[in-house]
Ligand binder design. Structure first.
Ligand code: BES
Ligand code: MN
Ligand code: ZN
Length: 491
């Protein structure tokens, strides 16, 4: 599994530059005022830095991007990476620069002359996030990422600021590793096993098996998994870093380890992508990892519904009516609208047993969400403007795309069933909204709630600024920030 690149923070040592091995990276401000480190490198290379930054290519280089000088005379290093960055970069620009360093460094060790550049913690985060690859199932592994040594004017301060950010990066990697895993490896049982590993970080982990779920009355969740050989499970993860008795934030995730559609079978083309249909549960797991690793002073409980949606002789049929844990009956018109059946029971259970202060659910819920927002934004639904506003602000700060969508009675009306309290689909129009409206029926009055449809952002087909193609880990950073902004005691 892809490990985080090893990062160390050390004092600036200009003497060591002449003999440093691997690569050296240095930040150059747009006004070309060279830092002490850059001046030293320029002297050692007999003006190579000045020549490079005087070129037309440098003028055209975007901020946060790198230009490389290979095998520069006068140094032992194989390359000097010049990164265009102001001395006081905005956090997102600092992350971008870190990501550029991760790409140019690859498997080489890199000495980064951070010196007095601002936001070293975001530079470190960018380095850690973009340094990711998933080659567990290749017989020929890529070379591991090289180490990064960050030379800082105040290394202790930089290291302290970076620690919580690197904890979040670890959470993002945890999410990506789960989401990238194929479904024959990441079965419901294996998923639960990996979540039990969070105990090492001090998270309390409880696994509810099918028998317990049946006793609780989770017939909606259970009907989704009943066609599969893999047993359905609900895993509850509790991080108790806050004051005793403080109501927790509950995070609920859709964990469909593979979605064939069931008897309402999906078309063959692209079905292999449905290994990522546990993306919501993956994000919940990543956030639990992050808050535990950075020892957040907050109470957070994560609940994931782990099931596999398969067609078989025992599978749920279109037209079947099931009773949810809440007691409401559901006509399963389309077995491919399974995520909401899983979530509604886990959400109800979360409210009954954990008595949360607020609740956020995440799911790769609808293809309609991708039609509406593409791969740029997750759909955000909420019954609470202030709560939604705090989340949107956190997502904006982290540059994780999120866009508020409407709810309303007319959409709810589309779920009327002739035989049961509701049906599980609302028809073609507004598919992401009617799915949210279905979930809203399982939110108690006065419970602040956000639903995130992450179908478009959990997994993408092209490289992103902070992640290679495949699983992105979208949402781990925004949710971690929401927790520190709204649920964490400040000392
Ligand atoms: N897991 C899918 C949604 C999905 C599609 C996620 C593409 C990621 C990429 C979900 O379970 C599903 O099948 N939804 C149906 C709902 C429909 C039957 C009302 C859909 O979107 O087509
Ligand atoms: Mn489906
Ligand atoms: Zn699904």
């Amino acid at each position: 599994m892809a490990e985080l690149r090893a990062l160390t923070f050390v004092p600036v040592d200009l003497e060591s530059l002449a003999t440093a091995e691997g690569r050296i990276a240095v930040f150059i401000t747009p006004d070309l005022k060279l830092s002490a480190g850059a001046r030293r490198l320029n002297r050692l290379t007999k003006g190579a830095l000045a020549r490079a930054t005087g070129s037309e290519a440098w003028d055209k280089l975007g901020e946060g991007k790198a230009m490389s000088l290979n095998w520069p005379a006068g140094l032992q290093a194989q390359a000097v990476d010049l990164v265009k960055l102001p001395r006081r970069p905005a956090p997102d620009l600092a992350r971008k620069a870190g990501a550029a360093l991760a790409l140019s460094a690859g498997s080489s060790a890199v000495t980064v002359l951070v010196e007095g550049t601002g936001r070293p913690e975001e530079i470190a985060l960018g380095l850690a996030l973009r340094g990711y690859g998933f080659d567990d199932h290749k017989t020929k592994k890529g070379d591991p990422f090289g180490t990064a040594t960050l030379m800082c004017t105040k290394p202790d301060e930089a290291e302290a600021a970076a620690a919580p950010r690197l904890a979040v990066a670890e959470g993002v990697h945890f999410t990506r590793n789960l989401v990238n895993e194929p479904a024959n490896i990441l079965t419901t049982t294996e998923f639960a096993k990996r979540l039990e590993g969070l105990r090492d970080l001090g998270v309390e982990v409880e696994v509810l098996e099918e028998k317990a779920l049946a006793k609780l009355g989770m017939r909606a969740l259970l009907c989704v998994g009943q066609g599969s050989e893999s047993p359905s499970k609900v895993v509850i993860m509790r991080w108790k870093g806050g004051a005793k008795g403080d109501a927790p934030l509950a995070l609920i995730g859709k964990g469909v380890v593979f979605d064939t559609g069931g008897i309402s079978l999906k078309p063959a083309a692209g079905m292999e992508d449905m290994t990522m249909d546990m993306g919501g549960a993956g994000v919940v797991a990543g956030v639990m990892h992050a808050v535990a690793k950075r020892k957040a002073k907050a109470n957070v409980v994560g609940l994931v519904g782990l099931v596999e949606n398969m067609p078989s002789g025992s599978a749920v049929r279109p037209g079947d009516v099931v009773t949810s844990m809440k007691g409401d009956t559901i006509e399963v018109v389309n077995t491919d609208a399974e995520g909401r059946l899983v979530l509604c029971d886990v959400m109800w259970h979360a409210q009954e047993t954990e008595k949360p202060a607020a609740m956020i659910d995440l799911a790769t819920l609808t293809g309609a969400c991708i039609i509406a927002l593409g791969h740029e934004n997750a759909a955000v639904y909420s019954n609470d403007d202030s709560f939604a506003g705090t989340f949107l602000k956190a997502a904006e700060t982290e540059r994780e795309g999120a866009w508020r969508m409407p709810l309303g009675q007319a959409y709810d009306d589309m779920l009327k069933s002739p035989v049961a309290d509701m049906k599980n689909i609302g028809g073609r129009p507004a598919g992401s909204i009617t799915a949210a409206q279905f979930l809203k029926r399982f939110v108690k009055d006065d419970m602040p709630w956000i639903h995130l449809d992450i179908a478009g952002v959990a997994h993408v087909k092209s490289d992103q600024e902070l992640s290679p193609k495949g699983a992105t880990g979208w949402g781990v950073r925004a949710l971690d920030r929401l927790i520190s902004d709204r649920f964490e005691a400040k000392d």
